[in-house]
Design a protein around this ligand. Structure first.
Ligand SMILES: [Zn+2]
Length: 252
């Protein structure tokens, strides 16, 4: 069912949440746009301007690592200034109320953690760009540290162990995070309301999760400005601004 207007949609969503035992929020770029984080895949987004650097090229070339880090530093002001939006705060309220055990996200902006969810309860399918790790020994590095070393040396630094340091994101061509995928699937199997927010649900594995939820008998609600592949099988579709839809669900 596609909600005819914002009020109807919110009312129906409140009923679905009330009736659910376990809600699993699944979030994409749309939840963070009001926080000043651009949707990288949208027309005019970063990926439209720059060809993404595949993982293999990052590994193979110092120039590509330098370029990758220069692009990341150019975004630092936006990522550092971003604060959780109304959607993040509504999910944090469900989490605190014991309705939502965790959130699964395609976002890399750390805003669910910033809204109060435990780091272990944010399942990140594409990693996290607010810190970096050594690709060999997994030592964590802060972005400011990498930036200072880059500025001093004029090139992207490597780890003490000799491994390359990369933001903790999953790049094109990089293996998917198996543990996060397994956790996302287990969470999907255990929910009775799958709440997709701000994702077009086209990128695997995001595309498989609403189907799995429906197959195990969960309800499916989709909040997204644009139509998605799964609107036809959803129990509720709200095509509206995410912050406006979820604002009433914020409990202080
Ligand atoms: Zn290392």
């Amino acid at each position: 069912m596609i909600a005819s207007d914002l009020e109807t949609g919110r009312g129906r969503l409140a009923e679905l949440i009330e009736a659910a035992r376990v809600v699993l929020p699944f979030t994409g770029a749309g939840i963070s746009t009001e926080c000043g984080i651009p949707d990288f895949r949208s027309p005019g987004g970063t990926w439209a301007k720059f060809r993404p650097i595949p993982f293999g090229e990052f590994l193979a070339s110092q120039d590509m690592r330098d370029e990758s880090w220069r692009r990341r530093f150019a975004m630092e002001e936006q990522f550092a200034a971003a604060r959780p939006g109304r959607g993040h705060r509504a999910i944090a309220s469900l989490y605190r109320a014991g309705k939502a055990p965790a959130v699964v996200t395609q976002n890399i902006d750390n805003l669910h953690q910033a809204s109060g969810l435990g780091a272990d309860d944010v399942v990140e399918l594409h990693g996290n760009t607010t810190y970096a790790r050594c690709l060999e020994c997994e030592q964590r590095y802060e972005i400011t540290w990498v930036q200072k070393r880059f500025t001093d040396a004029g090139r992207a630094p490597d780890c003490r162990c000799g491994g390359h340091i990369k933001t903790a994101t999953i790049s094109f061509g990089q293996p998917m995070p198996e543990a996060a995928l397994r956790r996302a699937e287990a969470l999907t199997r255990s929910c009775d309301l799958f709440l997709a927010i701000g994702s077009s649900l086209v990128v695997w594995p995001a595309a498989g999760m609403p189907l799995l939820a429906k197959r195990i008998g969960a309800r499916l609600a989709i909040i997204n400005r644009e139509p998605t592949e799964f609107d036809a099988i959803a129990d509720l579709v709200i095509r509206d601004d995410i912050g406006s839809v979820l604002a009433p669900f914020i409990l202080v």
